[in-house]
Design a protein around this ligand. Structure first.
Ligand code: FES
Ligand SMILES: [Zn+2]
Length: 122
């Protein structure tokens, strides 16, 4: 059996209600993962693409967060309505969905426009 061509990690982390970072689970990540699995199957990608459940990907304010490897393409603010395009364009045709990509300035930073600013020193 050939190795998987791609792994899609979908954050499923759940935090307590009211947490300042929020969480992908509250934004519908379980339904998005299920829809990705169903759409991948529909396109005959079983055995080629694996839709994985992930813990927190540390992009909580950008959720629902999805990352696709080996390209390391990060998607943010993913909604159910985006699933069909991600599967068709990226997973079938190999073209990442540019409009859903997280900006480089948003990844692994504490101070992008979506994140809380760190406390200032007095
Ligand atoms: S809760 Fe989804 S990235 Fe942290
Ligand atoms: Zn950001």
């Amino acid at each position: 059996m050939p190795p998987f061509q791609r792994h899609v990690f979908v954050c499923q982390n759940q935090r307590t209600p009211g947490h300042p970072k929020g969480c992908c689970s509250d934004k519908g990540s379980a339904a998005i993962r299920e829809a990705l699995k169903a759409a991948a199957k529909q396109h005959g990608l079983q055995g080629l693409v694996r839709i994985n459940e992930a813990g927190c990907l540390d992009q909580c304010e950008h959720g629902v967060t999805v990352v696709v490897y080996p390209e390391a393409v990060w998607y943010g603010f993913v909604q159910l309505a985006d699933v069909a395009e991600i599967v068709r364009s990226h997973l079938v045709e190999g073209r990442p969905v540019e409009r859903l990509r997280l900006a480089d300035e948003c990844i692994n930073t504490t101070t992008c426009e979506h994140r809380l600013r760190p406390p200032t020193r007095r």
